[in-house]
Design a protein around this ligand. Structure first.
Ligand code: ADP
Length: 228
C-alpha cells in the first residue's frame, strides 16, 4: 500500500519536484504513473524507498510511516519492495540463477527455500532454460524478465517498475507489462512508472499522470487491446 498525503518535495536547489501530491495505491492494485521527463516520477520513487524525505506531507508505504521511520528500519521497509530498473542492473559475472538467488542469499534465506523459490520464479518468468546463462547472453526482454524475477523472489508486497520497457523493443515491452499484470493478479501491488503513453493506452487500468510535480489525472481508463 502506498499513500501520500499532501506531499511536496523541494530540492535544496529550490526546485519544487512534487507539489501537494496526494494519492493512494491499495494492496493488490496495479497503477501506471506517467509523465514526461522532469515531471517528478523519479522523485516519487525515491520518496517511497526513503532515499529522500518529503519537505512536507506524509508518506506511508506497506504500513511504514516514512516521515517518522528510524534509519535502522529502512532496510526492513525496502525488503517489502521489489524494484525493476530500466537498465536491468543484473550482475554480469553471475548466471541468471545466481542473479535471482543472490537476493535471498544476502538475507540468509534457508538453502532449501532458495532451491525451491528460485526455480519457481524462473518458471513464472519463462526463464527455466536460461538458468545457467549469463546476462550478456540474453536479449533485452530476457534480461528484464530476470530483473522482474529478482524483484519478485523475496515475495515483496509492492513492485515498483521504473521505466521497465525503456530499453526493450515495443513488442517485447507489451510482454513485459503483461508479466507485471500477471504478477499483480497473484496479489502483488504493482506501480509501473513510464513515459510511454501508447503502451499505457493499450493496457488501460489505473493511470496516474504527473505534470510539473502535480497529479493532473488519476482515473481508470479502458485499454484498447487488453482484457483485465
Ligand atoms: P522524472 O523522473 O519525471 O524525469 P525527476 O523526479 O527526476 O523527474 O525530477 C523532477 C524535477 O526535480 C526536475 O525539475 C529535476 O530537474 C529536479 N531534480 C531531480 N533531482 C534533483 C536533485 N537531486 N536536485 C535538484 N533538482 C532535482
Amino acid at each position: 500500500m502506498v499513500e501520500l498525503k499532501d506531499v511536496s518535495v523541494t530540492y535544496s536547489s529550490g526546485v519544487d519536484a512534487l507539489e501537494h501530491v496526494s494519492l493512494k495505491i491499495n494492496d493488490g492494485d496495479f497503477a501506471f504513473v506517467v509523465g514526461a521527463s522532469g515531471a517528478g516520477k523519479s522523485t516519487l520513487i525515491k520518496l517511497l524507498l526513503k532515499e529522500i524525505d518529503a519537505t512536507s506531507g506524509t508518506v506511508t508505504v506497506n504500513g511504514y510511516q516514512l516521515n517518522t521511520l528510524k534509519k535502522k528500519k529502512i532496510p526492513e521497509l525496502r525488503r517489502t519492495i521489489g524494484i525493476v530498473f530500466q537498465d536491468f542492473r543484473l550482475i554480469s559475472s553471475m548466471t541468471v540463477y545466481d542473479n535471482i538467488a543472490f537476493v535471498l542469499r544476502v538475507i540468509n534465506s534457508p538453502k532449501a527455500f532458495i532451491r525451491k523459490r528460485v526455480p519457481y520464479v524462473m518458471g513464472l518468468m519463462g526463464l527455466k532454460e536460461k538458468a545457467h546463462a549469463y546476462p550478456t547472453e540474453l536479449s533485452g526482454g530476457e534480461m528484464q524478465r530476470v530483473a522482474i524475477a529478482r524483484a519478485l523472489v523475496n515475495d515483496p508486497k509492492l513492485i515498483i517498475a521504473d521505466e521497465p520497457t525503456g530499453n526493450i523493443d515495443p513488442e517485447l515491452s507489451y510482454e513485459i507489462v503483461g508479466l507485471l499484470k500477471t504478477i499483480n493478479m497473484q496479489g502483488t501491488t504493482v506501480m509501473m512508472v513510464t513515459h510511454e503513453h501508447e503502451l499505457v493506452k493499450r493496457f488501460g487500468g489505473r493511470i496516474i499522470s504527473i505534470t510539473d510535480g502535480q497529479i493532473v489525472y488519476d482515473d481508470i481508463m479502458e485499454g484498447t487491446d487488453y482484457e483485465t
